[in-house]
Design a protein around this ligand. Structure first.
Ligand code: HEM
Length: 138
């Protein structure tokens, strides 16, 4: 039962990881081909926002599963703690960036929005890289 719960949380978390990387990558790819249409970018910004939200929720889901099933949170120290901090900071910034992309209609075209998508991709890659030490130093 414990393994099944962790597996389900991990499955959701892994799909969210794909979406936080894929949405800015697709947006930048469309821009690179000169095919960035406002409606596409808004859809991708919604996917980005939802994906970061999903990562925060499923990340918290790991903690909830540990507490609920084992009665305690895992001890996170040293390298693992630094990696977790990076993931949480990236998630907070990524979610804020997704919301900003949806709000700032005036940034709809041109360089500022391209920079925002680039930043979003950088944050996603940083979180993905931090997942490795979190996994092996926890
Ligand atoms: C609030 C934000 C986040 C929290 C609290 C969080 C927490 C966690 C935890 C506790 C694990 C399991 C570690 C283990 O026991 O092995 C995990 C795994 C993972 N996380 Fe996150 N995470 C967050 C955000 C992200 C983001 C934004 C991404 C990707 C862009 C991501 C990608 C992954 C991946 C790929 C794994 C699996 C690592 C492996 O087993 O090899 N996480 N995360």
């Amino acid at each position: 039962m414990t393994e099944l719960v962790y597996t389900l949380v991990q499955a959701v978390h892994n799909l969210g990881a794909v979406a936080v990387v894929a949405s800015p990558a697709v947006a930048l790819g469309l821009r690179g081909r000169g095919e960035h249409v406002e409606i596409n970018e808004r859809r991708l910004a919604w996917v980005l926002l939802a994906a970061w939200g999903l990562q925060a929720a499923s990340g918290a889901g790991f903690a909830a599963a540990s507490y609920g099933l084992k009665g305690a949170l895992p001890e996170v120290t040293g390298v693992a703690l630094a990696a977790l901090a990076i993931k949480m900071a990236a998630t907070a910034c990524g979610f804020t960036l997704g919301a900003a992309l949806l709000r700032a209609r005036r940034l709809a075209s041109g360089r500022p929005r391209a920079v925002a998508w680039g930043l979003a991709l950088g944050l996603a890659v940083a979180a993905l890289l931090a997942a490795a030490p979190l996994r092996w130093y926890l």
